[in-house]
Design a protein around this ligand. Structure first.
Ligand SMILES: [Zn+2]
Length: 123
């Protein structure tokens, strides 16, 4: 009996098989290979995401709470992403150390979402 599961060339075993999973860069995996490739696949997905996110560790950014209140200018110290089931990217968040506080009560550091940050060019 036919199913609606598509057949494709598995990235791993290079055979035409029913495809169990397609990663964000369109590579296809059969069920057998995906089962034992889960960890390396997740690693590759992470590499892919790290290359596409807008801010990297070391970037100088302007950070705003709720996208409105300027906390100050600082440096991205850490990038975090959770993978919710393989290949479903969750929005990345960025830990920023505030070096030039916009007001005295601004946090020393805080986690921000992409929309709360704007890249600053070094002089
Ligand atoms: Zn395979």
């Amino acid at each position: 009996m036919m199913t609606d599961q598509r057949v494709g060339l598995c990235e791993c075993c290079k055979e035409l098989k029913p495809i169990a999973y397609i990663d964000p860069v369109e590579r296809e995996y059969c069920e057998d290979c995906f089962a034992h490739l889960a960890v390396p696949t997740a690693t590759r997905i992470m590499d892919y995401l790290l290359r596409t996110i807008p801010f990297q560790v070391g970037d100088r950014v302007e950070a705003r709470t709720a996208g409105v209140i300027l906390d100050g200018v600082g440096t991205v110290e850490e990038v975090s992403m959770d993978l919710e089931k393989y290949g479903t990217p969750v929005y990345p968040s960025f830990r920023v150390r505030i070096e030039q506080k916009a007001f005295p009560e601004a946090p020393d550091e805080r986690w921000y979402m992409e929309a709360q940050l704007r890249k600053v060019n070094d002089d």
